[in-house]
Write a protein that binds this ligand. Structure first.
Ligand code: GUN
Ligand code: ZN
Length: 438
């Protein structure tokens, strides 16, 4: 039994903060304590209260004056795209054909998959993220590599091999049958093993034939508790091509609806150009729209209308994500900084509490995982990030004039990156300071 007591300024969200003054939306302790035992948070609150519950001689780690938050959650990443980041000059479909598919072809080699899976999770942790929903390549071995690495680190991650059987080069294609069989075998081997979750992952409608979409729908029916992740309405050329490929569908969203892919566990990357009808369908089915600001800006895809989606009569469930390697940074701080600007360009604001709610509890709720991660509640998993608001000279200087927690969080989001992440705990164990490559 390993027990650790962490001391620092603890911040955890209870619900969506309506305004910047909505203090009832979060729990903040200036001198907070978290008691961790066997990978779980067993007590949280003021240090004075929590220390009473600790055994004599408990190992105490004093992180004061730093902030302790739930580890960040990234709801959409592509682990085989580490070497795609920073590919110049293309919009989505060209970017996929020119850079992404050739790169993903390299994952035919299982050894390459194992190397990148290790480096990917190193990078994720260095940036303070403790849970991701990841796309693997089409190759079964890439998902095996990802899950083996994730399980070895005792991380709670969601992942799946992409199903794609057309409109991409040889070497990154499966068939409806092999995509189905490989997915089923991966579910049997990995879903529910330790903290691993499998996501059924048809890449998007363009790269799946109607036969493959049928198979994906059959898998969702067979395994209704699993996540399903795909892309939706990212770019105008993509939407037009999808509607050509599926002429019987009313619109892009209807393609996924027809194959039974929508629902509470459906994670739909991008959702930028939805019609009101499509947004209604997502709302009615409880499907999740995943906001990927750095990617949407980098690929010139468009502006996700976060506040309209949240406040419409039929609101959408929203998650936030990096979308590495269309996304340009592994950091959820950098992501929300760009997210703030995307929202500002549409005449709206996302306040700092809403922002930090989103990348912790908000994403956990969107992934239906809030009973396990995304808060500092007793009984949940001990995935924690330690943030240093004065990590670099520019932050330290700006901190001299910061007076409120809201201002501090906004500074962390605006100037922060992996350097602001002092430590990361995964299932109660230090994971960043332990890393060989840091
Ligand atoms: N649509 C289908 N595949 C991808 C991908 O890998 N990245 C992005 N951004 N969009 C996609
Ligand atoms: Zn993506």
């Amino acid at each position: 039994m390993t027990t650790t007591l962490l001391r620092g300024r603890t911040l955890s969200f209870l619900r969506w903060p309506q305004t910047i003054d909505d203090v009832s939306a979060y729990a903040y302790e200036e001198d907070g304590g978290l008691l961790l035992r066997d990978g779980k948070i067993v007590a949280a609150g003021s240090y004075a209260e929590v220390v009473k519950k600790a055994d004599d001689g408990v190992k105490t780690i004093d992180h004061r004056p730093h902030l302790l938050l739930p580890g960040f959650i990234d709801a959409h990443m592509h682990f085989p795209q580490m070497q795609v980041i920073a590919s110049y000059g293309a919009e989505l479909l060209d970017w996929l054909n020119t850079y992404t598919f050739p790169e993903e072809k390299k994952f035919r080699d299982a050894q390459h998959g194992r190397r990148i899976a290790r480096l990917f999770l190193d990078e994720v942790i260095r940036h303070g993220t403790t849970t991701v929903a990841a796309y693997c390549s089409v190759h079964k071995s890439s998902a095996e590599a990802f899950f083996a690495e994730s399980h070895g680190r005792n991380m709670l991650n969601i992942a799946g091999k992409v199903m794609m059987d057309r409109n991409a080069p040889d070497g990154v294609l499966d068939t409806p049958q092999s995509g189905y069989d490989d997915t089923k075998a991966l579910i049997a081997e990995w879903h529910g093993k330790g903290r691993q979750h499998y996501a059924i992952t048809p890449r998007f409608a363009i790269t799946s034939s109607p036969e493959q979409m049928e198979m994906a729908g059959a898998l969702v029916k067979e395994f209704p508790d699993l996540h399903m992740q795909t892309h939706l309405s990212e770019n105008h050329a993509e939407i037009a091509y999808t509607c050509e490929l599926y002429p019987e569908a009313r619109d892009y969203t209807d393609v996924y609806a027809r194959y039974g892919l929508l629902g509470q566990k459906a994670l739909l990357g991008h959702c930028i150009h939805l019609s009101e009808r499509e947004a209604d369908v997502l709302s009615e089915t409880g499907s999740v729209a995943v906001f990927c600001p750095t990617s949407n800006l980098f690929l010139g895809s468009g502006l996700f209308d976060y506040q309209r989606y949240r406040s419409r009569e039929k609101p959408l469930r929203i998650a936030a994500a990096t979308d590495v390697g269309g996304g340009t940074n592994y950091s959820m701080l950098r992501t929300m900084d760009e997210g703030y600007k995307v929202i500002a360009l549409q005449g709206e604001k996302l306040n700092p509490f809403q922002s930090f709610w989103q990348i912790t509890r908000g994403n956990a709720e969107a992934l239906s995982l809030a009973d396990k991660v995304g808060t500092l509640d007793a009984g949940t998993d001990a995935d924690i990030v330690v943030l240093d608001s004065g990590a670099i000279p520019a932050m330290k200087l700006r901190m001299e004039t910061v007076k409120t927690l809201a201002e501090e969080l906004f500074l962390l989001q605006t100037l922060g990156d992996d350097r602001a992440v002092r430590e990361v705990y995964v299932a109660g164990r230090p994971a960043k300071s332990d890393m060989v490559s840091v």
